[in-house]
Design a protein around this ligand. Structure first.
Ligand code: IPM
Ligand code: MG
Length: 365
């Protein structure tokens, strides 16, 4: 097994370091190689996704990714900005299926901004299509308007589009994932306004009728879905949608659980090869301070073992260790509350390693 390690920018390096320590202590036979990506790669090689990094990612069995981005690159032309690294990896590697579980740990029920009874036991899975939609649709750009409200004015435009096979393949992923859970899928669209999402709804309905009658399918408009997610999040199980809506709803769902610092994600290709990254970003405001929560990345490493490397027992060990650490009262600042023990990034990593190796976790209080 070969794992490509791409820590990236901001807190990316700190959190990935802890996840790698956790992987090493599991004593699995894997090779790893680290490369620069994002702003760090731009500084060193003049491009956020250098050829060498892309080749490494293509050759590996799985990729562990930290985060990319920093405000200091906002002025660069779009093609050179750090975000292009993750978008490029998704596209070049065909990582069309993005899994973003939102799980509210019992120990963190009170960290949510919603009432505890609304989120206690929350366990939803967002499945986001990741290589199509308005993110990648061509044409796009700037031009002089020839029509519209202000002909002759400067304008910008993007293209929202989905082809039938793109919708079909992600629909299969969503229905199959639902079969392993409570067999309930909510497909989120904007069919009342957008042609692209009327087509989405039609194709999803057809795939469902032809192959997945045992799964319950519900359609919901994206604005209503955003509202229902904060009103009654536990009514959802698998939430399945396109790239743009999935970007927005997955941040919303993440926050229901108390902290985006807890949530892992997987982005898979058609063969199950994947890129694993925390759902949060590079958080340049706290980078280098040793306070970032490494648990989302550590849990992403667990997803990697389960989905791409066929090591479910090792994945279980990581997930149990994370629960043990939370039960012992250890909290990074993002999930800290009265009566728990505040720790930094490295101490959190230490505690997970200790829990895996069977050592006792000591708290300072
Ligand atoms: C995400 C991020 C990315 C996205 C950015 C960094 C390009 O917000 O993974 O959700 O928009 O997909
Ligand atoms: Mg996002």
């Amino acid at each position: 097994m070969k794992i490509a390690i791409l820590p990236g920018d901001g807190i990316g390096t700190e959190i990935v370091e802890q996840a790698v320590r956790v992987l090493k202590v599991l004593d699995l036979a894997f090779e790893s190689e680290t490369a620069l990506v994002g702003g760090a790669a731009y500084e060193a090689h003049g491009h956020p996704l250098p050829e060498g990094t892309l080749k490494l990612a293509q050759a590996a069995d799985a990729i562990l990714f930290g985060a990319v981005g920093d405000w200091k690159y906002d002025k660069l032309e779009r093609a050179l900005r750090p975000e292009q690294a993750i978008l490029g990896l998704r596209k070049q590697l065909g990582l069309f299926a993005n899994f973003r579980p939102a799980l509210c740990y019992e120990q963190l029920t009170h960290a949510s901004s919603l009432k505890p009874e609304l989120v206690a036991g929350l366990d939803i899975l967002i499945i986001r299509e990741l290589t199509g939609d308005i993110y990648f649709g061509q044409p796009r750009g700037r031009r002089t308007a020839v029509d519209g409200h202000f002909p002759g004015a400067e304008e910008a435009f993007d293209t929202m589009r989905y082809s039938r096979p793109e919708i079909e393949r992600i629909a299969h992923v969503a229905f199959q994932a639902a079969r392993k859970r409570s067999k309930k899928v909510t497909s989120v669209d904007k069919a009342n306004v957008l042609e692209t999402f009327q087509f989405w709804k039609d194709v999803v309905t057809e795939v469902h009728a032809a192959h997945y009658q045992d799964v319950e399918l519900q359609h919901m408009y994206v604005d209503n879905a955003a509202m229902q997610l904060v009103k009654a999040p536990k009514a959802f199980d698998v939430v399945f949608t396109g790239n743009m809506f999935g970007d927005i709803l997955s941040d919303e769902a993440a926050m229901l659980t108390g902290s985006i610092g807890m949530l892992p994600s997987a982005s898979l290709d058609k063969n199950g090869k994947g890129l694993y990254e925390p759902s949060h970003g590079s958080a340049p405001d706290i980078a280098g301070k040793g306070v970032a929560n490494p648990l989302a990345t550590i849990l992403s490493a667990a997803m990697m073992l389960r989905y791409s490397l066929n090591q479910p027992a090792a994945a279980d060990r990581i997930e149990s260790a994370v629960k043990a650490v939370l039960s012992a009262g250890l909290r990074t600042p993002d999930i800290w509350s009265e009566g728990t023990t505040k720790v930094g990034t490295r101490e959190m990593g230490d505690a997970v390693v200790a829990a895996i190796t069977g050592k006792t976790i000591t708290t300072k209080t």
